[in-house]
Design a protein around this ligand. Sequence first.
Ligand SMILES: Cc1cc2nc3c(=O)[nH]c(=O)nc-3n(C[C@H](O)[C@H](O)[C@H](O)COP(=O)(O)O)c2cc1C
Length: 192
Amino acid sequence: MQPVELRHASRLINHGPTVLVGSAHAGRRNLMAAAWSMPVEFTPPRVVVVIDKSTFTRGLVTASGHFALSVPGRHQADLVYTLGSESGAGTDKFERHGLEADPGPVLALPLLRGCVAHLECRLIDEPNAQAAYDCFFGEVVSAQADERIFSNGHWLAPTEDNADLHTLHHLGAGLFGVAAAAIQARPLKPIE
Ligand SMILES: Cc1cc2nc3c(=O)[nH]c(=O)nc-3n(C[C@H](O)[C@H](O)[C@H](O)COP(=O)(O)O)c2cc1C
């Protein structure tokens, strides 16, 4: 993993990957899947993620004021689905599934090994957005990515050689799409 400049942090989730929300508070830690996250500002880098009231994650995020967004790769699809199908309330998902995590560089949030990118975020105090829409805004305070798939501030084109590192896009009920190829768009010339 290599640090990513914060001005490029939005690019790590710009394309709508399913993420893992990492949280920790008072000796508890957790990971949950989230399909609904996106960047909302370049500088300072800000993101939003939907965290339902029913989740264990929500209490940890609210109490700590921090959350991480980790971007899993294709090789982690079964794990992502599992982490999004069970609650961490009565169990430590890391122990249950033998997961290894490293502490984030700024907030020491649990960052799951094997993911292709991580963001650590400080929760922005927007109680109405949380209560009314389950929307948790955060300011990104650290960003890192696997340089085999994100380098010099840009994602590399998906190829067969980096297939395990392709990000996951939830289609529903545990079915994920992955990007198969990149195409370079060019501006249309207006009709004269
Ligand atoms: C692929 C996938 C995407 C999900 N996306 C979201 C989401 O965006 N927001 C949300 O609140 N829950 C989402 N969920 C459901 C949570 O991950 C699920 O409720 C999880 O068990 C919560 O874990 P926790 O109680 O340990 O926090 C998703 C589940 C899956 C499988």
